[in-house]
Design a protein around this ligand. Sequence first.
Ligand code: SF4
Ligand code: SF3
Length: 547
Amino acid sequence: MSMFCYQCQETAKGTGCTIKGVCGKTENVANLQDLLIYTLKGISIYAVQARAMNIVRPDVDKFIMESLFSTITNANFDRSRFVDRIQEGLTLREMLKQEIIKAGGTIPANLNDAAIWSAPADDFEKKAVAVGVLATENEDVRSLRELLTYGLKGIAAYAEHAYTLEHKEAGIFAFIEKALAATLDDSLAAGDLVGLVLEAGKYGVDVMALLDTANTTTYGNPELTKVNIGVRNNPAILISGHDLKDLEELLIQTQGSGVDVYTHGEMLPAHYYPAFKKYDNFVGNYGNAWYKQDKEFDSFNGPVFLTTNCLVPPKESYKDRVYTTGVVGFEGVKHIADREDGKAKDFSALIAHAKSCPAPTEIETGEIIGGFAHNQVLALADKVVAAVKSGAIKRFFVMAGCDGRMKSRDYYADFAKALPQDTIILTAGCAKYKYNKLNLGDIGGIPRVLDAGQCNDSYSLAVIALKLKEVFGLEDINQLPISYNIAWYEQKAVIVLLALLHLGVKNIHLGPTLPGFLSPNVVKVLVENFGIAGITNVEDDVKMFMA
Ligand code: SF4
Ligand code: SF3
């Protein structure tokens, strides 16, 4: 075995990628990611001690957040970026340690190896092999440590988006560091780790609320919007990922340039924000969820810009048209540098490149509808409540989460089609692409698929549920006529799930397969305490949910 990774839904055989990632991640990148996480845990040991002495280093917080984010599935495949990060991490770790000593603190003897190891860059991969996921021998402890770590990756990703819009919360950084350090603590029993996993859910709610505030105060509240899925006859740039600030700066810089901008994948919900509607070159959404990029980037003809996950290793036919930024990376692909001194990123190369390319090839025509984040749905609350009371709406289905290339995910399209006409789908994340073009109709003017936005906007779905609970005077969120059939793929979906558990939601169904990183005993805990279950087949599941 040359690597071990089981953090995402498509992990090999449902148990772990051991030779090469199904996602395309190479063995050396996988191992360096493990070593980076180990380094972050070591830094966190000092960060916890420092914080207790009122020493807070914003550079350390930021480094940990961005590093966690960079190890999310389909974010970064570039070996050299991980080597650089590990080196930077070791330097920060030493600086933090010296600062503690300078402030009169004592560095404990017998610190964990993660806090004291060092090695020349050439030896990183050798070191990495000893510190990966399998270094924890007990299967249940390993499962809980990884579940916690993946939840932290999701928190870090959302915290990074909020941070970019100048919204941050010290408590979120403090929790990330406390929890990372805890994953090294052999004195913690499984019960303690379960407690931390559930606490991560609380911070999942907090960070999504923070990002919601960041997005809505900067760009306005998402509103009901029809998004064009056809093309125009101008050269264009395709922007993907979740970063709205990158989009804003790109729109400003392309204005009047003759270059159009289209969204792909998780950038689709940007169209729902009022702030972006003033750009007449912001044409529409091109294509579908991330995994179809190998075909859709080809036919788009112009440059594509990945602001966050999900990047698929690019085909040679369009690799020279791919640009990454932020935590995203791929060897041999052009990378747009971070902002400096409050200045915008420089997209001139991207725009010049677009001008030399033909316009996108049309792959579909028409419109899709979305923008049903909490503010818009609550504006329709009277209508929704009346429809529930009259029986016109029998049940809501939260089908948030991720899409992916596994054939078994056709289940979600079939499930949406098979749902009775008096049901509404509440969605967020790229999972929506399985049914947002099916024309499932409406109930008295309320569309049967209500898209709240990106995966982080799952927060909106929780706000809506809590509001309905209040309106109907219910004691428990689980008394609402809402079922949860969530599709997961990467680690942001892990934090969305933990956030829902924190809010008290029970009986969530998770598919298309249960996470490979959950040991049988951890699954048992989740089943017994939260009623978590998998999926079976469309017919039986629809019957079960509607019963
Ligand atoms: Fe395998 Fe997923 Fe890890 Fe990639 S991220 S190596 S597909 S488990
Ligand atoms: Fe999609 Fe990658 Fe998860 Fe943000 S973009 S939901 S998979």
